[in-house]
Design a protein around this ligand. Structure first.
Ligand code: NAP
Length: 286
């Protein structure tokens, strides 16, 4: 029976640590960490994520502000608010909720975000710094996946990690983080030929595809660690599933993340911790 990598419990423990450190920072310096979210458009998943973030921030003692824009807003309007938040010293973290509405150039907007406030870790400069081996905030979902491996003492160095998916927010930064942890990393995508022959070589198999139950047990090496970032609601289904077919993967994996309750809850924990770190850094410069 595999180890179930419990993202709910792990996230809870991290958020409790963040709360303690937030209170300590406030008592010592009077600074309370603050995160601002730019929420443009009416994507229901984005609205849900931002309201979850607001609740989690409040529970961690972090101030949370949301700047909503209609999907008809112009990129210039969003960038004007972003510039004001960059300049606002009471704001320590800025989240530009992905995806921005059609017609806005997301990389162009993210490029205007100050790297020291990019607590979501997806601005081009943060990615570049990660690639260059420089300090930067790391993209929250991939960072949460690596954190889960650490918290369960699952070794990464020397392991063959296969990442299926190469999106800017997930697959690519995950591959870089695993490489930084000295894994041997293979990245697969929609043009990969004979995917199963590669996934079957993985000691650590990471699914970041966006296709329900796409990775099945026969695509997994016995004893592999399986991290499933996927979060999908198949048509007509009443519950969410991952990119991994859980029941068949469960039969072969040595450790596995459930969906829900695996990778998902780790993202907000990483976001709150990054916001705290940004505020701690600002307090040293004040
Ligand atoms: P995305 O931008 O759509 O990227 C999907 C990736 O999967 C692409 O790189 C694509 O390859 C690859 N892919 C698609 N079909 C494939 C196939 N048949 N074989 C191999 N690779 C294939 O998705 P994303 O934003 O990275 O999200 C992926 C999943 O993670 C989704 O289920 C999403 O809901 C979930 N997610 C969860 C969290 C969280 O838990 N906090 C956060 C973000 C995302 P190409 O590049 O060749 O198109």
């Amino acid at each position: 029976m595999p180890i179930i990598l419990d993202g709910n419990q792990t996230s809870k423990a991290i958020r409790a640590d963040v709360r303690r450190e937030v209170d300590e920072l406030f008592t010592r310096t009077g600074i309370r960490p603050c995160i601002a979210a730019i929420l443009a458009g009416d994507n229901p998943a984005s609205q849900k994520y931002v309201s979850m973030k607001e609740r989690a921030s409040a529970a961690a003692g972090i101030v949370s502000r949301t700047y909503p824009f209609p999907s008809t807003a112009s990129q210039a309007e969003v960038e004007e608010t972003l510039a004001a938040l960059n300049a606002d010293q009471s704001v320590h973290g800025i989240l530009v909720q992905h995806p921005l509405p059609k017609g806005m150039n997301e990389p162009e907007v993210l490029a205007k975000l100050l790297p020291e406030k990019d607590v979501d870790g997806i601005a081009p400069i943060s990615m570049g710094r990660l690639l260059a081996g420089m300090s930067a905030f790391h993209a929250c979902t991939p960072a949460g996946m690596v954190e889960l491996l650490h918290r369960y003492n699952l070794p990464i160095a020397g392991k063959h990690a296969v990442v299926v998916g190469r999106s800017v927010i997930l697959g690519k930064p995950l591959a870089l983080l695993l490489l930084q942890e000295n894994a041997t990393v293979t990245v697969c995508h929609s043009r990969t030929v004979d995917l199963a022959s590669i996934t079957r070589q993985a000691d650590i198999l990471c699914a970041a595809i966006g296709k329900p139950e796409f990775i099945t047990g026969d695509m997994i090496k016995p004893g592999a660690v399986v991290l499933d970032a996927g979060y999908n609601r198949p048509e007509g289904a009443s519950k969410d599933v991952g990119d991994v077919h859980y029941d068949s993967a469960f039969e072969v994996a040595s450790a596995i993340t459930p969906v829900p309750g695996g990778v998902g809850p780790m993202t907000i924990a990483m976001l709150l911790r990054n916001t705290l770190r940004s505020a701690q850094r600002a307090s040293l410069e004040a």
